[in-house]
Write a protein that binds this ligand. Structure first.
Ligand SMILES: C[S@@+](CC[C@H](N)C(=O)[O-])C[C@H]1O[C@@H](n2cnc3c(N)ncnc32)[C@H](O)[C@@H]1O
Length: 200
């Protein structure tokens, strides 16, 4: 599908990110207790450009759907999958949810994963209920995130590059500084911080 909005897969930074997602997955997935993918229908909510979704597809799952609210990234996932994981052509598919509501019709899953995405979702408290509705009876939801409350607050490092910042500054100071930094000309946001509709 020709789409001028899709991120070009010739952009190596996207390929690098895809490979990072895929190659960091074994360690990350090992932290999810008793995650059994074999023969399962899996939904990966907030999949971004889909490197992790493709990793899941290669681990014995029956089908994996990756969904994300960011349409530009979802268009790019298909290009990247075709180029970097063609063997997953029919096993892994991607879908854009456009709004905070994930609309996948009547499809239900054995396993719903939300990996490093909860902290990006505008209404995180509504997501577990949505995920629950997408589960088959007896299905499981697993989610994990680097929280704001973590002492390192890694997600702020790009904006406010002070390690262990939460030990030295109050939340109010960090947030006010971040707001000021993001308005500066030199500030370059990362794709998941800037692409609408990621309004966090
Ligand atoms: C840091 S990325 C995580 C990507 C991938 N799960 C990983 O572990 O590398 C967070 C993703 O959550 C997505 N996101 C934010 N709100 C969402 C929502 N309501 N529904 C689906 N995806 C959402 C963003 O667009 C972004 O791609």
């Amino acid at each position: 599908m020709a789409n001028s909005q899709a991120i070009q897969t010739t952009d190596n930074s996207y390929k690098d990110y895809w490979f990072w997602q895929r190659d960091s997955s074994p360690d990350l997935i090992a932290r999810y207790p008793n995650l059994d993918l074999k023969g399962k229908d899996v939904l990966d909510i907030g999949c971004g450009i889909g490197g992790r979704t493709c990793y899941l597809g290669g681990q014995g799952a029956r089908h994996v759907v990756g969904c994300d609210i960011n349409s530009r990234e979802i268009e790019t996932t298909e290009n990247l999958k075709r180029e970097l994981a063609p063997e997953l052509k029919d096993k892994v598919v991607f879908s854009c949810n456009q709004t905070e509501q994930i609309g996948l019709g009547k499809i239900k899953f054995d396993l719903v994963l939300i990996i490093d995405a909860m902290e990006y979702i505008k209404e995180p408290s509504l997501m577990p209920e949505q995920a629950y509705r997408l589960l088959k009876p007896g299905g499981k939801l697993n989610f994990g995130a680097v929280g704001w409350g973590h002492w390192h607050a890694t997600h702020m490092l790009r904006i406010f590059p002070v390690s262990f910042m939460r030990l030295f500054f109050s939340d109010k100071t960090i947030l006010n500084t971040a707001r000021r930094m993001m308005k500066q000309e030199f500030y370059k946001s990362r794709t998941w911080d800037s692409n609408p509709p990621c309004l966090r």
